[in-house]
Design a protein around this ligand. Sequence first.
Ligand code: SAM
Length: 380
Amino acid sequence: MGKTIAINDLRRGLAPAGARVPASGLLAGQDRLDTLGRPLRDLRISVTDRCNFRCSYCMPKEVFDNQHAFLPHAALLSFEEITRLARLFADAGTRKLRLTGGEPLLRKNLEILVQMLATLRTPEGAPLDLTLTTNGSLLARKAVALKAAGLTRVTVSLDAIDDAVFRRMNDVDFPVADVLAGIDAAIAAGFAPVKVNMVVKKGTNDDQVVPLTRALHARYGNAVVLRFIEFMDVGSTNGWRLDDVLPSHDVLARLREIGPLTALSATADGETAQRWRFDASGQEIGLVSSVTQAFCGSCNRARLSTDGQLYLCLFANHGHDLRALVRGGADDATIAAAIDHVWGARDDRYSALRTAATPPHGASPAPEGERRVEMHYIGG
Ligand code: SAM
């Protein structure tokens, strides 16, 4: 877990004793931009640091074993605390909330949190885009309740269509068929199109690029959009090496075996995936080139960890302690001012700098003593 910075220290500069603290210091409709001109549009909320999978690229079994100390329940933000913070982020310009983890569906009664978040509105009165990223293992049981609670979209992770490859990758012997049953249930519940994320690791599952694309189209037609994610050097435990990354342009070259594709234009600012469509079938795919074509310049995402630390970058090594404010009795204006201050000072662009610093075939350049936080804790 990363070190944290007490926001009280930052707050002092904004709120001299006795002064009234403005909610955010922003006029209606005005965005707080960070130091690189990026607005805060997207908040990823990790609702649990636990997962029932042990994917080697994320939570390797050797590290996250029986001895690993996950957060105690009292450390987790409650649903009320999450909803309060999400409301203040919506006031600060956030338009999209993504529930993640860990495996978010392991958090008991998650649909109640969804219901609470679905009541939030932007300052203009619009509902937020309310999404979930899941490994799909519990989705068949939960899809209907999540839809009824107001979830707008679902992304399911699936790294292979070959059962043996998938069982090896999740490292808990979980079958492909059960994830497909989760996707079936999500589509039946009205979540189409469902996004499916495949992390591509060279030598591990790169032979699955074409078979998974074909299989998902055969089963779901255009109700599923498959996205290929370059294996990233998140956290400090996954043994990342550039040699293990299959660059998106190689993924695209392999997809051309199926047939010609045409590039599509971006649908939203800060969109992480480059979208393509097969000319013949209309099947859409996405390429998330987080390593080979860093998209820091348009990154409008913040992350709220399971225990209420605000992280400004997936590759950060420290967070800002919002839970201390919430549990210390701070009022909304004080917390809003802290969020505004932290975002206003943001200058993170880790991936862009890493691209410049990584030698060919090199390992992750994070210096010793600067351990980055793990993805399951700040939310993927
Ligand atoms: N448990 C949920 C799931 O499996 O989707 C949500 C959390 S998971 C950390 C979110 C996403 O991050 C998944 O799609 C996962 O494959 C991806 N991910 C995890 N580690 C990664 C890495 N090192 N590189 C690229 N993507 C990664």
